[in-house]
Each structure stands twice: as C-alpha cells, then as structure tokens.
Design a protein around this ligand. Structure first.
Ligand code: HGY
Ligand code: MN
Ligand code: MN
Length: 411
C-alpha cells in the first residue's frame, strides 16, 4: 500500500499533466482541464471516505466529519487553477498535502474531534479574468456585481461564464459565514528564495502582501509606418512602453514595492502600422496598504502626464484591490509549534504572493505553511519541491492537526 507521501508525489505528478494546452501547464476558471482536475481531486477525497460536493463555479470540497461532526470545522486547501506555463506545485500542493495528512491520521487510527473540510478552489490566479480568488470568494458569498461583470479577453463576463460553462450537474452551494469555522490553513510553496538560502524546508507565514490589479488602455491613432513623420505620431505602444518603464523605475526606487506588467495587447498589431491602442495589465504589491495606495496613485499621475505629452487617451481601470492580510497570531503560533517540533525552525516569513487566505480571513482565522522550492522558482514550469520537503510539510500538518486534540482526548 503506497504511503501518504508516495500518494502525494504521484498525485502532484498526475495533476501536473492535466492542462488546457498540449504545450504547457495551464488550467483556468471553468476550463475543461480545471474541471478534469477537480473531478480527480473529488475521487481522492472520496477514497478517504470524505463527503464530497462541488459548486457550479467549479470549487470542490471533501468533509471528514470526525468524532464530533457538529464542532466548528477546520478548513484546509488551496487552488486548482494555474497561471499560464505553470509549475505543478502552486495550488495543488496545498490540496494534496491536506489529503496526505488525513491519510496519515487514518493509518494511525487517529480520529479528530472536529470536522476537517478540504477545499479546492476553482480560481485563485485570475488567469482568465485578471481577477483573483473567484473560488474562495464564491464560498464566502463575496462574488460582487463588479466582479461578475468583469470580462475575459473574449468579452465574456464572469457571470456569463458561470451561466454557460458552470458545473451544474449535482452541484451544491458551499457557503461559510463569519465565526462558523475554527480556521483556514494552507500549505504552499514559498515561491521565493529565503528557505533555500537558509537551508530550511519550511516556515510559517506572518502576513500576505496587499495587491492592486488594473487594466490600462492608451489610445492614439493608427498611422502608416512609412509615411508618418515621428513628430506627428500618437503611438500608443510607445506611450505604454514609457508608462511600463516608469512603473519599473518607481518600484526599483521604493523596495519592497513590486510592479509587474505581465500582459499587453496591441491594436491593430500590424508590423507596418503605428499602434492605435495598447492595453496592458498592472500588478502592484506592497506589504503596507498606505504605501501601496500612494505608490499606485503616483504611477497613475505619471501615466496621465505621459499620455498628455503624447496626445494619448488613458483609460485606468482598477480590476481588484486586496488589502495586506495578517495571519492569525494564535493559529500561527500553534502551527509554529508544530514547525519547531518537526524541524527545529522558528522561521516566519511574509508572503509577497497572494493566497486564498486573504479571502478566508474575512470569515475565520488563517495560517499558512511555506515549503521550500528550488531556486525560488514559481509561475514557471521548473517549479519544484522535493519529496523530502513535501514529507516535512505533511508531518508538520499532521502534527498540527493532532495538536488541536484536547489533552484529555489524546490517546
Ligand atoms: O499572483 C499571486 O500572488 C498568486 O500566485 N496568485
Ligand atoms: Mn498559489
Ligand atoms: Mn500562483
């Protein structure tokens, strides 16, 4: 019989092959591969004896009731979806290690005195809509009208996508309200280089950086590339390039501010036409919300000045703002005790990456465990965590779950 670690490694490999592209790993909101991965996760949950369900917007859940099914549940999990040309650990590691920890407890004949819910969220990355956290926002009833009206590159809204491509067969509503859960814990690769540099396998997380996501469009005039003198041009792409470099210069001058432009679309997009419009994304993050808002405003003013100087129209469209989110001190202290018990480390790190805990923090305490990843690489096909470090994560999570059993109930 394979060990929980062997199952975990095999399942990560298996999910890593479930993609919407034959050339690289990508799964997005309500895509066929996301659905296929979700169905596979449900099978694994069912094999543990969990009560399984899914929502129309593609999130899946397994419930292990424990010896007191009416006690406030502990939520574990992460996201199913990926970025484009992704690695196979960002997201699935949190789901798979949660399954492995429950498998370990079952092999030890340990029954927890509270329910554990494993949640696999349908969309965290926002690859399709540039939004974030559609899955976790769905389970706390926070898919607001503005989000539902957000459009993908094909002009489809989130609402229409759910309407047309939703997973309605046997779907249920999964909904959590404030105060009903004892907490949410997510295991995730660090997506940075601190653990590798320190030679440590894992650490706990103190906070998750706030992030602002926008879509910006500069509009000038299409012109003939050969007959239009430079001074007469209203070149939207040249204007966008100046804005993008201004963002990079701002971020380099004000660490730990980070600004990324990950996507740009040009119209008409012909090599011999001066670009009429350029639409690009901005992803701006900072651990302090006041600084993030100020830096975003500074960048907006700079882009307005560039647009005016170049006789371009500027459309500045905020898509999403997520505040910097502290992990719950008490839950994190319990997790830290398990980290220290298994590895001896006391390390705590802030997360520059966003995670579903930002959303779950609105209804319950959250904690996160980071696992070392090779070269700090993530959002990259070479993303990698060793089986040894994954096993450390499973051991820490299992230790943490058992630490929640009241002393008078422990065997
Ligand atoms: O973009 C992020 O921070 C995360 O990977 N969703
Ligand atoms: Mn992630
Ligand atoms: Mn990610």
């Amino acid at each position: 019989m394979p060990s929980p670690l062997q199952n975990a490694v095999a399942r990560l490999d298996q999910l890593g092959l479930v993609s919407d592209s034959p050339s690289y790993l990508v799964r997005s909101f309500l895509s066929p591969a996301n659905r296929q991965a979700a169905e596979q996760i449900l099978e694994w949950m069912a094999s543990l004896g969990m009560e399984i369900s899914h929502t129309a917007d593609g999130t899946v859940r397994g419930i292990l009731a424990g010896s007191n099914p009416t006690a406030p549940p502990l939520l574990l999990g992460s996201h199913i979806d990926t970025v484009i040309d992704a690695g196979k650990f960002d997201g699935p590691l949190g789901i798979i290690t949660a399954l492995a920890a429950l498998e370990t407890l079952q092999q030890e004949n340990t029954t927890l005195p509270f329910p554990v819910h494993i949640l696999a969220f349908s969309d965290e990355e926002g690859t399709r809509f540039q939004t974030t956290y559609l899955g976790s926002r769905g389970v706390i009833g926070a898919l607001d009208s503005a989000t539902l009206a957000t459009r993908d590159a094909g002009g489809n809204t989130v609402a229409a996508a759910i309407e047309d491509q939703g997973w309605y067969e046997e779907s249920t509503s999964i909904r959590y309200t404030k105060g009903e859960c004892r907490g949410y814990l997510e295991v995730h690769i660090e997506q940075g280089r601190v653990l590798e540099a320190a030679g440590e396998a894992a650490c706990v997380v103190s906070a998750i950086a706030g992030q602002s996501r926008l879509t910006v469009t500069l509009t000038g005039r299409a012109d003939h590339a050969g007959t239009t003198p430079m001074p007469l041009r209203r070149d939207a792409l040249a204007g966008a390039a100046e804005c993008i470099l201004a963002g990079e210069t701002l971020a380099k001058s004000k660490p730990p501010l980070v600004i990324t432009v990950g996507k740009i679309q040009i119209h008409p997009g012909a090599s011999n036409s001066v670009p009429q419009s350029a639409t690009f994304t901005i992803d701006l993050r900072h651990p302090e919300d006041v600084a993030r808002e100020q830096d975003l405003d500074d960048l907006h003013q700079t882009c307005l000045h560039i647009a005016e100087k170049r006789s371009l129209a500027l459309d500045w469209q905020p898509i999403q703002d997520n505040p910097s989110t502290r992990c719950d001190p008490a839950l994190t202290a319990s997790l830290l005790a398990s980290l220290t018990s298994i590895t001896g480390s006391q390390r705590t790190l802030a997360s520059g990456a966003g995670h579903d805990g930002v959303i779950l923090s609105k209804i319950c305490p959250i904690a996160m465990l980071f696992i070392r990843c090779r070269d700090g690489l993530s959002h990259h096909p070479d993303e990698y965590a060793t089986p040894e470090d994954i096993n450390t994560g499973i051991q820490i999570l299992t230790h943490f779950l058992k630490s929640l059993i009241p002393a008078d109930m422990s065997k």
